[in-house]
Design a protein around this ligand. Structure first.
Ligand code: SF4
Ligand code: SF4
Length: 627
């Protein structure tokens, strides 16, 4: 579908995912820059735009706040800009977003944020619609890929019409959904950078300016209520029961109504902020019972209840506040059907095909949440535990803080060594807090290369400046692997100038920095032993590229010798339980290595107490994964 991202063929129908629709929307809107930080579900927009030939500059920034600041500069110079981030990233960027929402913008500035109802990808089940209220900025909430395209294009027009940033909010399911989309016309804007030197607009110097900017932001929201009201569609049918629905819940509602041949008064809400007060009032006035459908928080519902509270004889309002619609997890057509049955007072039978979530649930396969076969991080944690034991330490008594990304899988069995996961780069600050509290040393901070660049630099400076004794372990797999292999500023062969972690760390004045290849087990253990007993802030970088990214260049050679292997029951702590490499599998009492999956990293060769695992006939070529 990528070929359709840039071609000018208005009216053509194509199959697009939600993210492809947004990328296309940027092209149709004549956007000049798309920037952001990787975070599912929003990552693909920049990846798509980087892979096609278009006049749009698409690039990643070091974190979401920096991305938003870059986007703002571009907008203040008069150019159209989209900035992308997942909900956690919105928290990072929020400091600047609230300030810029008050100042206003010049070129259209659209913030594409992806929430994750049901937590398909991890982290807080956050409802980012609150940020629209908090920052007094409008938010559009599309319901399907066609609207993602149309609303993206329109969001730039709206942003320029009101003179402020506009949020475009999607969700994991919506951004990944495919459906037929009709393309619009590609605009090629001739935008020339200019800047209006105006401290009243671009600074916060003094309360008079700040109060004026606050009022202007509120006025922009008020204007949005008029100019964007066409996105909110009221269909009056004269029924006693009405439904107000937003985003994906709207599509689920339509699916249920169509399948059951129901025709009810309904209001589609596409502006989460400001919500369409007049149309909500009309819906309430013409009905006796109103169901409000939205995912996560009851934001629209509370707006509906406020409108109802101002009426003399308001209808009954049903939704999340009374527990009919869940506040946790995402919605499904089946849940919508059940809620509607309750409000209608009559059972609507499930249709075949609408219970797809239950079917999917029944197909789930139990498996250990662990590192991939041959992952360098498995070796890194294995060596850490080995070193602790050789130093006479009990790993279960040592506080090891974790961070965001693949590295945090050290929390799981069989390693069970990481104990915290808060936010990007937080492991170092958390470790400092544990040390200050008087926890037994060492307190170890672990993080990945991406998280170090994103938000690990400031806490590391803090730890050095406050004179902590802190081992910092950076598990450097060369990529932002979890979000699909985006490069960072330390990536060998990445698409920016390389600024190695060791250079940055040395610049802070840390006590020592050591770079080790985690596939070299003995060296890694030696380096850990030094690190865990050193004073001051010391950094150990375990650098081994992600095996999923590294092309396979050799014949497999690692196998279990059945004559030597003591079998699953016979071996005290089996390779399966102690390493949990997915390539080592149990076959009855036999243990064997799945040659399709094995990456020949050699860790199990080092581990087997019976020397039953051997690389044969070739020697393990660690060179391939070495630096
Ligand atoms: S060599 Fe052993 S530990 Fe490494 S990927 Fe193969 S089976 Fe897993
Ligand atoms: S650790 Fe060695 S002896 Fe034990 S089950 Fe695995 S291959 Fe066999």
């Amino acid at each position: 579908m990528k070929s359709f991202i840039t071609i000018d063929s208005p009216g053509a129908d194509v199959l697009f995912s939600g993210n492809e629709s947004i990328a296309r929307g940027c092209v149709e809107a004549g956007v000049s820059l798309v920037t952001g930080y990787p975070g599912t579900p929003t990552t693909p927009v920049i990846e798509i735009l980087k892979s096609v030939d278009s006049p749009i500059q698409a690039r990643w920034a070091i974190n979401e706040k920096v991305a938003f600041d870059i986007a703002t500069g571009n907008s203040w110079a008069g150019l159209r800009t989209l900035v992308t981030m997942k909900m956690s990233g919105l928290n990072v960027a929020s400091d600047s977003i609230l300030s810029v929402a008050a100042s206003g913008t010049v070129g259209g500035l659209v913030i594409y944020v992806g929430d994750d109802p049901n937590v398909y990808y991890g982290m807080v089940e956050q409802d980012s619609r609150y940020y629209a209220l908090l920052s007094s900025a409008p938010m559009l909430v599309p319901a399907n890929p066609q609207e993602l395209l149309d609303f993206t294009r329109y969001a730039f027009e709206l942003s320029e019409e009101i003179g402020g940033p506009v949020f475009l909010r999607s969700t994991t399911v919506l951004s990944n959904t495919y459906s037929k989309v009709t393309l619009g016309e590609v605009r090629r804007l001739r935008q020339k950078a200019h800047f209006d030197f105006n401290i009243d607009k671009y600074t916060k110097a003094g309360s008079i300016r700040c109060r004026k900017q606050h009022q202007e932001a509120l006025d922009r929201v008020k204007k949005t209520a008029t100019v964007a009201d066409h996105l909110n569609i009221l269909t009056e049918k004269g029924t006693k029961v009405g439904v107000i629905a937003s985003s994906l819940a709207w599509d689920y509602l339509m699916e249920v109504l169509e399948k059951h041949d129901l025709d009810l008064t309904r209001l589609k809400v596409s502006t989460a902020h400001p919500i369409p007060g007049d149309k909500i009032r009309k819906t309430l006035e013409s009905t006796e019972r109103v169901l409000v459908l939205e995912e996560l928080e009851p934001i629209i519902e509370n707006g509906v209840r406020v409108q109802a509270s101002m009426m003399e004889n308001p209808p009954f309002v049903f939704g999340k506040e009374d527990g009919l619609v869940p506040r946790v997890g995402d919605l499904s057509p089946d849940q919508v059907r059940e809620a509607l049955s309750y409000v209608l007072g009559e059972k609507i039978e499930a249709c075949p095909g609408l219970d797809i979530n239950e079917k999917a649930e029944s197909l789930k396969v139990e498996r250990l949440l662990t590192f991939c076969s041959g992952c360098p991080h498995r070796n890194s944690y294995y060596a850490m535990i080995k070193a602790m034991k050789e130093l006479g330490m009990d790993p279960s008594e040592i506080v090891v803080t974790g961070d965001i990304g693949c590295t945090v899988l050290g929390i799981n069995e069989p390693f069970s060594i990481c104990w915290t996961e808060v936010s990007m780069g937080s492991s170092i600050g958390l470790a400092e807090g544990f040390i200050e509290a008087g926890m037994k040393k060492p307190v170890v901070a672990t993080l990945g290369d991406g998280t170090f660049y994103h938000s690990g630099i400031s806490p590391m400076i803090n730890a050095v400046a406050t004179g902590q004794d802190m081992p910092v372990v950076i598990l450097d797999n060369n990529w932002a692997a979890m979000t699909g292999y985006q490069s960072n500023f330390g990536t060998l062969g990445g698409d920016t100038v390389r600024i190695p972690i060791e250079k940055i760390s040395r610049g802070f004045g840390v006590n020592s920095v050591k770079v080790v290849n985690p596939y070299k087990l003995k060296k890694s253990i030696r380096a850990y032993k030094k690190l865990l007993t050193a004073r001051g802030v010391n950094v150990l970088i375990l650098r081994g590229p992600c095996v999923a990214r590294q092309p396979r260049t050799w014949d497999l050679a690692v196998r279990v010798n059945p004559k030597k292997c003591q079998g699953f029951e016979g071996c005290e702590r089996t390779c399966i339980e102690a390493l949990a490499c997915p390539a080592i599998i149990r076959d009855g009492d036999d243990v064997r290595i799945n040659q399709e999956d094995c990456q020949s990293c050699g860790l199990c060769v080092n581990y087997c107490p019976s020397a039953a695992i051997r690389s044969s006939p070739l020697k393990i070529r660690r060179k391939r994964i070495g630096i």
